[in-house]
Design a protein around this ligand. Structure first.
Ligand code: NIG
Ligand code: FE
Length: 431
């Protein structure tokens, strides 16, 4: 009996499954590349992946099924952006200029710019406005190969406005092909009406916001910006523990601008990930490796804020920490939707290999969302989320940067985006 399929992606020069058998320990092997590979899916799930030469013996395409010829192309799992601030009103290009003139991210924030200025605009926006903004951002991400996006609140900072953001995220997830994974980040900043009263705001988050968010089942994760001048280690702990009591899994913005021990806290509270980590301590790395906390590195932010340092990715990998990569897409510290660009920065600035970078935006990113059984790799039974890239070799994703290589993007077995026209090559014959 052959396996029935309603989608065949055939003859890829590399089918990068991230599902090696037998399991590999080195990053190259961990990619589970099948040269000249074909993938079959049915009803949105992968039913077979193997060498193209075996397809006709193993798989039969249903009459109404779709065939995609991926000759000369690379097939990867759809990219997973596991840390974004997807919806925000307004933009902050003026701050970009101020930073170029020498102001720091913290100085701009202290003068009422930064997160607070986005909060002001986001509070004025309706839920429908936010859905429209989010739709445009998701369209852009999808066109670059992203099929799942984690999205944080944190520009509302009142119960009403945080719920408005979460409802916008819920509505977006229902209408858009990209899956949206919502995270409550009420503790992103201290809103102006609580200036000098951080403790009162922490109580509002714990006593009012978390129960309201959890009661409406609008978020899966609870995140905190644990940073000097924002939320202390102790306040972060209390917020994350409160989230846990209401079924929200902890995540943490940790050790981004100063060394505070955020990585250790993430391990202590059983966070699924700790993110940023430019100033992570040796102890923090060990604690994260031991507890299986994913390190979500956001090198686009270090690049865009020109912080002069990056998270110690090589050290973390050598200590056995699982490293994911994400965009941190937001209007202040990293205004890009492009995960391929993030992989290039990760390779050039943190010395990750192209293979490690691919793991970072697929399987490891799925782990940072607790979704690795469903997405992030191309094994049988997994969701058929794919990006087909018009490149000859997976390394080109990071190596050939600043252009979009996506040819088609498939979500749950359906083509949901395709390039306007495939590249035409004008050949000039040498005389
Ligand atoms: O992850 N660090 C805090 N939050 C964001 C920045 C958000 C903003 O500037 O609007 C970050 O970098
Ligand atoms: Fe962030």
């Amino acid at each position: 009996m052959k396996i029935e399929a309603d989608l065949l992606v055939e003859n890829a020069s590399e089918l990068v499954t991230l599902n090696p058998s037998p399991p590999a320990t080195d990053p190259e092997g961990k990619l589970g590349v099948i040269p000249n590979g074909t993938l079959a899916a049915k009803d949105g799930r992968i039913v077979w992946a193997g060498p193209s030469g075996e397809t006709s013996k193993q798989v039969s395409l249903l009459p109404q099924g779709k065939e995609l010829d991926a000759t000369g192309k690379v097939v990867l799992p759809g990219f997973i952006d596991s840390h974004t601030h997807l919806i925000f009103a307004g933009t902050r290009e003026k701050e970009f200029e101020l930073r170029l003139q020498g102001a720091s991210y913290q100085e701009i924030s202290a003068k009422g710019g930064g997160i607070k200025s986005t909060v002001e605009k986001t509070r004025r926006a309706s839920k429908e406005d936010l859905v429209q903004i989010g739709r445009k951002n998701l369209d852009s991400m999808l066109s670059l190969g992203t099929t799942t996006v984690e999205a944080k609140t944190g520009y509302g900072l009142s119960t009403k406005d945080e719920i408005k953001m979460l409802e916008a995220l819920r509505d977006l997830g229902r209408e858009h092909p990209v899956e949206v994974v919502p995270t409550f980040l009420g503790a992103h900043e201290i809103p102006p009406e609580y200036a000098g009263k951080t403790e009162d705001y922490v109580r509002l988050v714990i006593e009012e916001m978390i129960p309201a968010v959890a009661g409406k089942k609008l978020a899966l994760f609870c995140d905190v910006f644990c940073e000097k001048g924002v939320f202390s280690l102790n306040q972060s702990r209390r917020i994350l523990e409160a989230g846990k009591r209401f079924g929200l899994t902890p995540k943490l913005h940790a050790d981004e601008l100063t060394p505070l021990g955020g990585a250790e806290l993430a391990a202590e509270v059983g966070a699924v990930s700790a993110d940023h980590l430019l100033y992570i301590s040796e102890k923090g790395m060990e604690a994260m490796a031991e507890k299986g906390v994913v390190a979500t590195l956001l090198p686009g932010t270090a690049f865009f804020l020109f912080l002069g340092r990056y998270a110690p990715a090589r050290r973390m990998i050598s200590k056995g920490v699982t490293v994911a990569l994400a965009s941190d897409f937001n209007p202040g510290s990293c205004m890009t939707e492009s995960l391929p660009l993030i992989t290039t920065i990760a390779c050039t600035q943190m010395r990750m290999t192209p293979a490690e970078a691919i793991l970072g935006i697929t399987l490891h990113a799925a782990k940072a969302l607790g979704r690795e059984k469903e997405i992030g790799s191309l094994g049988t039974g997994k969701q058929a989320d794919l990006v087909i890239l018009d490149i000859p070799d997976y390394r080109h994703l990071s190596y050939h940067f600043g252009v979009n290589h996506a040819w088609k993007v498939v979500k749950k077995g359906r083509v949901v985006w395709e390039a306007a026209s495939s590249h035409s090559t004008i050949r000039v014959d040498p005389r």
